[in-house]
Design a protein around this ligand. Structure first.
Ligand code: LFR
Length: 469
C-alpha cells in the first residue's frame, strides 16, 4: 500500500526469477476542506486499503507507506480523536518561527538534523496543543492504518525522523526535545525497524477482506521517500537521487548525519533511512506546482500540454519553486504570473507557457539542491536517478539533466511501492542487502537515460533571476 499526497495504489509483487509487479488498485487522495480546515479523508483512504487487500487476494505479507509528518491522535480506548489535518493547512502559519525563536535553530537541528519546514509534526503539535489533553497516542498516518489492520500501535524510524521530535543520531524519539516542548512522552509509541513484522490482521479485518487472519503486516520504510530511495536503481555509489512526485526530494544517501552549521543554513535534512542510512536532501516544491495548475484549468490533456510546453522557448520566465506562496492549495497559474510580474519577467501568456515556466523552474530547484547536496556532503556524483511519477515526464527529466549538467536515469515510476515491497521481500529472505535490491530494480524495471546538453551560463543566469543563487 503506497499512499501519496495525490493518489494511492495497491501493488502486489511476485519475487522469483525476476520481479513481477501487478497494480491491483489505484485511487485519488482528495483532501477535504471542512469548517475552514484542510483534512485528509483518512477513512476513505482506509476503505481503499481494505478494498485493495480484498482485490489482492492471499499474500505473503502487507506493508504500508505514505507521505510523512501527518498523524492521528487516539484516546485511551484507541479511538481516533478528530480527523487528521493536512500538512498544507494554514494552522501552522507563523508557528515554526515562534518555536525556532524559543528553542534556537542550532539546538533543534543538533538533535533532529531536520530541515525547517513549516508543516513538520513538531510545529503542527505546537499549533494544536489544546487538542492533546485527551490524547493517549500519536500515530503517523501509515502507523494509524497499520493499527486499524492489526490492533498494534507503534512507530517506525524513517517516518518518525520527519517529526522534528526524533534524535537522528540515537535513532529514537528525543526525550530531551519532548521535555523542552512539554509534550507527553506517552504519545510516542515504541519504534519498530523496517523489516520487522508488526502484527497480523484483526479477525474482523480478515473477515472483511477474505484474507487469512495470520497474514503478517510488515513494518516497511513507511515514509514514502525512504521507500523510494530503497528502490533507486543505482549500480554504484556515486549517485544522487530525485524522488519526484508531489514533492521533489533531492539529495544523496549517506552513512550518517551531518548536523553542522552549513547544512542547517542550506536547510538540508537528515532523514533516517533503512539499514542506518541517512537521506541527506532538501525538499523542492515538485509536481505540486503543475498539479495545482491542472486542477485550476479543469484537468486538460496533459500529454498535449507537455508537448506544447516543449515547443515554448526555455528559461523565458522562471520562479523560485520554493517560494512560500506556492505551498498552500490555490490558483497556481495566478501565483506564477504574480511572481513573474513582480520580478520584471514576461508573464506566461498561455497554459503551455505556464507549464514551461513551472518545469524550467523545477529544474532550477533540482539544480540548486543537487549542487548544495554535493558541496555539503563532499560526495562524488556521476549520475542522478530520478524516480517516481516525475520520471514519466520526459521534458522535466531532460531539463533536469541540462540544469544539473549530469545524466539523469529516469525510473522506476513506482519506486516507492517497489521499495516497500523489497523491504518485505527481504524480511522473507527473498532479496539481499541494499545494493542487491537496487541491482534487482536496475535489472528488471524499464529505465530511460537523458544525457545533459545546453548551456550552463543560461541556467546560472535564470537561477539568479528566480532568486535561487
Ligand atoms: C513526499 C513527502 C516528503 C515530505 C512531504 C510531506 O511524499 O513524504 O518526503 O516532506 O511528503 O510529508
Amino acid at each position: 500500500m503506497d499512499l501519496g499526497a495525490s493518489s494511492g495504489r495497491v501493488i502486489t509483487a511476485r519475487f522469483g526469477d525476476g520481479l513481477d509487479l501487478t497494480e491491483v488498485r489505484r485511487f485519488p487522495n482528495r483532501p477535504v476542506r471542512a469548517g475552514g480546515t484542510l483534512y485528509w479523508d483518512v477513512l476513505g483512504l482506509y476503505g481503499n486499503v481494505l478494498d485493495g487487500l480484498r482485490d489482492a487476494g492471499p499474500v505473503t505479507s502487507v506493508g504500508i507507506d505514505s507521505w510523512a509528518v501527518d498523524y492521528g491522535l487516539l484516546d485511551a480506548d484507541g479511538a481516533l480523536l478528530g480527523n487528521p489535518v493536512h500538512y498544507r493547512d494554514a494552522r501552522t502559519d507563523g508557528v515554526m518561527e515562534r518555536v525556532r525563536a524559543d528553542l534556537g535553530d542550532a539546538y533543534l537541528y543538533g538533535i533532529g538534523g531536520l530541515q525547517f519546514l513549516p508543516f513538520n509534526t513538531v510545529y503542527q503539535l505546537a499549533a494544536a496543543r489544546a487538542g492533546l489533553a485527551r490524547a493517549e497516542r500519536l500515530l503517523m498516518i501509515p502507523d494509524l492504518l497499520a493499527y486499524w489492520l492489526t490492533g498494534v500501535q507503534g512507530a517506525e524510524p524513517t517516518n518518525a525522523s520527519t517529526t522534528g521530535l526524533f534524535d537522528v543520531r540515537r535513532r529514537d524519539w528525543s526525550t530531551e526535545l519532548l521535555g523542552r516542548l512539554d509534550l507527553p512522552a506517552r504519545l510516542f509509541p515504541p519504534l519498530r525497524e523496517p523489516g520487522t513484522t508488526l502484527g497480523t490482521l484483526r479477525p474482523d479485518v480478515a473477515a472483511e477482506t477474505g484474507l487469512p487472519a495470520a497474514t503478517p503486516v510488515v513494518a516497511v520504510a513507511s515514509h514514502d521517500t525512504a521507500s523510494a530511495v530503497v528502490a533507486v536503481p543505482a549500480t554504484g555509489d556515486d549517485f544522487a537521487y530525485i524522488s519526484c512526485g508531489t514533492w521533489s526530494l533531492v539529495g544523496v544517501e549517506l552513512p550518517g548525519p551531518i548536523l553542522g552549521d552549513a547544512g542547517r543554513a542550506a536547510n538540508f535534512t537528515n532523514e533516517a533511512g533503512v539499514d542506518g542510512t541517512i537521506r541527506y536532501l532538501r525538499n523542492v516544491m515538485g509536481l505540486w506546482l503543475l498539479q495545482e495548475c491542472l486542477r485550476v484549468w479543469g484537468s486538460p490533456d496533459l500529454p498535449a500540454l507537455l508537448a506544447a510546453a516543449a515547443d515554448v522557448p526555455g528559461l523565458r520566465s522562471v520562479v523560485n519553486p520554493d517560494a512560500p506562496e506556492f505551498l498552500p492549495p490555490g490558483d497556481m497559474p495566478a501565483r506564477v504570473a504574480a511572481f513573474c510580474h513582480r520580478t520584471g519577467q514576461p508573464v506566461p501568456d498561455s497554459p503551455a507557457a505556464v507549464v514551461r515556466c513551472v518545469l524550467d523552474s523545477l529544474a532550477l530547484g533540482h539544480r540548486a539542491a543537487l549542487r548544495a547536496a554535493v558541496e555539503l556532503s563532499g560526495k562524488d556524483v556521476a549520475v542522478i536517478h530520478l524516480v517516481g511519477g516525475g520520471s514519466r515526464n520526459d521534458l522535466l527529466c531532460r531539463l533536469t539533466a541540462d540544469a544539473c549538467g549530469l545524466p539523469v536515469v529516469a525510473g522506476p515510476v513506482e519506486a516507492t511501492a517497489l521499495g516497500n515491497l523489497l523491504v518485505q521481500a527481504r524480511a522473507h529472505g527473498l532479496v539481499g542487502d541494499l545494493p542487491a535490491m537496487r541491482a534487482l530494480v536496475a535489472a528488471t524495471q524499464p529505465l530511460r537515460r537523458h544525457e545533459p546538453g545546453g548551456d550552463d551560463a543560461a541556467w546560472a543566469e535564470a537561477a539568479a533571476r528566480a532568486g535561487l543563487e
